[in-house]
Ligand binder design. Structure first.
Ligand SMILES: [Cu+2]
Length: 79
């Protein structure tokens, strides 16, 4: 089997509840901060719902890093 066949893409999708988002700037700040992490494919903040959807490769990024990136941007992640 060649390398690319055995190398299956791994992807995890999570939704975090985030407090403190109120405008398009908040959305952008979180998406930029989380999107800069290695292994994050996609991040979408839904300001009106207070949710952030993240798709990532669990072998490269972990939940703690993602939560930390949101907190570093100035928002609170609810457990
Ligand atoms: Cu804002």
């Amino acid at each position: 089997m060649c390398n690319c066949c055995s190398n299956k893409p791994v992807r995890a999708d999570i939704t975090l509840n985030v407090e403190g988002m109120s405008c398009a700037h908040c959305k952008k700040a979180i998406e930029t901060s989380v999107g800069a992490l290695p292994g994050v494919y996609k991040v979408e903040a839904e300001v009106s719902l207070g949710k952030v959807n993240v798709s990532f490769d669990p072998s490269k990024a972990n939940l703690d890093d993602i939560k930390q990136a949101i907190e570093d941007a100035g928002y609170d992640v609810k457990e």
